[in-house]
Design a binder for this molecule. Structure first.
Ligand code: CP
Length: 320
């Protein structure tokens, strides 16, 4: 693959290849000196048309730790505000001869549109309600690390029951995680109020729930998602209070899952809405900050693997 647009494009062995590649960067990132010159001389452009903390910073840190020159374009302070189109913006970025372009955009498909117009690899940092592939990969890596620390074999997630609860309808994270976790063998239960569940999602192999306690029954992992009110218009928008009442992860509700069930959240969190602080901060159970740590390693692996062809190196290894 030249680009990383979605988990949907990846085969199981390619997902495992990226996770395995990221392991060396987990190790490097835990050293006092976290630098490698693998991408020295390359230019990475992060073009973000939507707000971000984790994804933008971790792509920037990933590129810099690999020695690349990294520049960030924030749409809010760019010529997009003067009416420049997405395609003209893509042509402009291409003319600057970037070696990789990382895009976040509010419209599903925008990343592919840009990939079709530029000569270098494009990495999707989240496009509308479509996909957020590096989030799916970093979540899998965080889960693998947590399971291995418990002494469990975690090369594959067969037998694990993972609940993803929240605003599934608007969530690119839910879609990428569903594809990634299923590819690795997990059973995925999606839980949301009926108005926030995409119709026909069962066709993707998900088990659909509207009762959160039933969804949590015997689960190994509870992955919580926030309400994306910025994407809601003219539809059911629950109040934070009523949403928490039915779908908030409280300690009491978590007791429906397995006794050692793990808690995940891609961030940003709305504490007291989809998750209580006493759950988000549970020692040994919540792996939310580990997810952030793994984000840097996964993005280092993605930048490395996708720029290999341009560096004259075999890109996806023998496995692909
Ligand atoms: N998880 C995630 O994509 O967070 P940001 O929006 O802060 O990048």
């Amino acid at each position: 693959h030249r680009d990383l647009i979605g988990i949907g494009q990846l085969k199981r062995h390619e997902i495992l290849f990226l996770l395995d590649e990221a392991e060396q960067w987990v190790t490097l990132n835990r050293q006092p000196t976290k630098h490698n010159d693998l991408l020295a001389g390359l230019t990475v452009i992060n073009a973000f048309f939507e707000n971000s903390t984790r994804t933008l910073l971790s792509f920037e840190i990933a590129g810099k730790r690999l020695g690349a020159d990294v520049v960030n374009m924030h749409a809010a302070t760019s010529s997009v505000k003067k009416g420049e189109t997405l395609i003209d913006t893509a042509i402009t970025l291409n003319a600057m001869r970037a070696d990789a372009i990382v895009i976040r955009h509010g419209s599903s498909g925008a990343t592919q549109l840009i990939a079709d117009k530029v000569d270098c690899p494009v990495l999707n940092a989240g496009d509308g309600q479509h996909e957020h592939p590096t989030q799916g990969l970093l979540d899998a890596l965080a889960l693998r690390h947590a399971l291995r620390e418990r002494g469990e074999a975690a090369d594959d997630f067969t037998g694990l029951v993972i609940v993803i609860c929240g605003d599934i309808l608007h969530s690119r994270v839910a879609r990428s995680n569903l594809l990634c976790l299923q590819a690795l063998g997990a059973t995925v239960r999606l839980c949301a109020p009926p108005a926030l569940m995409p119709t026909g999602i069962e066709a993707m192999g998900a088990e659909v729930y509207h009762d959160f306690e039933a969804a949590l029954d015997g689960a190994d992992v509870a992955m919580m998602l926030r309400l994306q009110t910025e994407r809601m218009s003219g539809q059911f928008i629950p109040s934070a209070r009523e949403y928490h009442h039915l779908y908030g992860l409280t300690k009491q509700r978590l007791a429906n899952a397995k006794p050692d069930a793990l808690v995940m959240h891609p961030g940003p969190m709305n504490r007291g809405v989809e998750i209580d602080s006493e759950v988000a901060d549970l020692i040994d159970r919540s792996i939310i900050t580990r997810q952030v740590e793994m984000g840097v390693a996964i993005r280092m692996a993605a930048l490395d693997v996708l720029t290999r062809r341009g560096r004259g190196v075999d890109g996806w290894g023998a496995a692909a």
